[in-house]
Design a protein around this ligand. Structure first.
Ligand SMILES: Cc1ncc(COP(=O)(O)O)c(C=O)c1O
Length: 439
């Protein structure tokens, strides 16, 4: 096929990809429907990762296509600054109904990275508006992933994502991560050990003083670093330390938002109310790029002061609340609601858990972690060649008809929420063969 010729692949500098390796041995997807992709040569590939943690309602949903086409035909674009359009307001009103507690406003972006940078800026501005302008420090966590903007990279804690880009934002610090195989290997669901790791925030408060700290941002479940689960009680403890010191807590739910854990948001699953939630991906089922920052009432209210003709937040994107993204988002929320997808993960969680933990006795499997419909299977790295073993499994898995994701030597699974037990079985059976085969 013409598209697989090397010359045709060259111009595209691919993101987070080994470009030369890929272009020598490309893997091209051409079509998708339901739980499957198809390659250019017509091979069926079971989607074990919802594209990239996005396609929670499964592929090829006609309702989304129709809503987007209709919106494009009606009005393809409208300016979002000092102007509005009905789908933007409709989607925001719809989304806040899903959100926990007094989370009652939504700021739209185009990606998870933009949602993170937006939330961090809102946090700093919030304190300034309340007369606490010294609160400028942002606290992330080791092994965290918060996208690739300057803010998100700075608070992120994955070393390869940071080390090439210098010192990033000043004043940022990081909590220690919670990944501990010695205490927690092969936990089913959240691990029992490690709530006290949240006390690391007290160390940072003692070092920097609370009066300099604006916000803490964490993923309730860290996805990109390899499915790292919060120890039982950890997020509650983080919340109470933030409260004690007047620090805002941001949950980055770009992966956990929209049903991944069996509840609309991780905040509801863990019963911890953050001050802001960042989201993207499954918000539109991945069909049209969109992100959103959900904020609680006290955050929005802090900005709604001063003269009514003054712009309250000098921040926004040309494509904030893009009409086609809003149309996609509305259609997706209809599907989630009609099919009960945002809680379906809770019903399938046990089946999924039992299936992935059946890989426990295989050679070189050093941990298996799971929650809702997300799982991580960690393999012992090859001496001197970290990530090589998992990458080989990823390539062979694709050849055998399943799409998985790997980070380092961890295999991640996060299937669309329409997944059936037979699909889970296929994923696990294929992985069992490959983990045995690849040494
Ligand atoms: C927790 C988290 N935050 C932010 C992002 C960045 O989102 P995007 O790639 O849409 O910018 C991701 C992407 O995987 C993510 O997992």
């Amino acid at each position: 096929m013409a598209t697989t010729e090397r010359a045709d692949l060259e111009a595209f500098w691919m993101p987070f990809t080994a470009n030369r390796q890929f272009k020598a041995h490309p893997r091209l997807l051409a079509r998708a429907e339901g739980m499957h992709y198809w390659t250019e040569d017509g091979r069926e590939v079971l989607d074990g990762v919802a594209g990239l943690w996005c396609v929670n309602a499964g592929h090829g949903r006609k309702e989304i296509t129709e809503a987007v086409s209709k919106q494009l035909a009606t009005m393809e674009y409208a300016p979002p600054f000092q102007m509005g359009h009905p789908p933007g307001f409709e989607l925001a009103a719809r989304l806040v109904k899903l959100a926990p507690g007094d989370v009652d406003h939504v700021f739209f972006t185009n990606s998870g990275s933009e949602a993170v940078d937006t939330a961090l800026k809102i946090a700093i501005a919030y304190h300034r508006l309340r007369g606490e302008a010294s609160r400028q420090r942002l606290i992330g966590r080791e092994k965290g992933y918060h996208g690739v903007g300057f803010g998100g990279t700075s608070v992120g804690g994955m070393v390869n994502n940071r080390k090439f880009f210098g010192t990033m934002l000043p004043g940022v610090d990081h909590l220690r991560h919670t990944h501990d195989l010695e205490h927690n290997a092969f936990s089913r669901g959240v691990p029992e050990w490690g709530a006290h790791l949240a006390d690391d925030l007290e160390r940072l408060v003692a070092l920097h003083d609370a009066s300099t700290i604006a916000a803490v941002i964490v993923e309730p479940v860290a996805g990109s670093a390899g499915v790292l689960l919060p120890p039982k009680g950890y997020l509650q403890r983080l919340r109470s330390i933030c409260d004690k010191h007047g620090i805002l807590l941001i949950f980055d739910e770009v992966i956990t938002g929209f049903g991944r854990l069996g509840a609309p948001f991780g905040a509801q699953y863990f019963d911890v109310l953050p001050d802001m939630i960042t989201s993207a991906k499954a918000l539109t089922n991945g069909a049209i790029p969109m992100g959103a920052v959900f904020v609680r009432k006290h955050i929005y209210d802090a900005f709604m002061k001063g003269p009514e003709n003054a712009i309250e937040l000098f921040h926004g994107y040309t494509y904030s609340a893009h009409p086609t993204a809003c149309a996609a988002g509305l259609a997706v929320q209809d599907i989630y609601e009609r099919e009960g997808l945002l809680t379906r993960g809770a019903k399938l969680a046990k089946t999924f858990e039992d299936a992935v933990h059946s890989l426990r006795e295989l050679p070189r499997v050093i941990d298996i972690r799971n929650l809702g419909l997300v799982a991580g299977i960690e393999l012992e790295p090859r001496p001197g060649a970290p990530a090589a073993r998992a990458y080989e499994i990823f390539v062979k898995a694709f050849e055998k008809g399943i799409l998985i994701r790997t980070t380092g030597d961890t295999i991640a699974l996060s299937p669309p929420l329409i997944v059936e037990p037979a699909h889970i079985d296929q994923l696990v059976t294929t992985l069992r063969e490959l983990i045995k085969e690849v040494s």
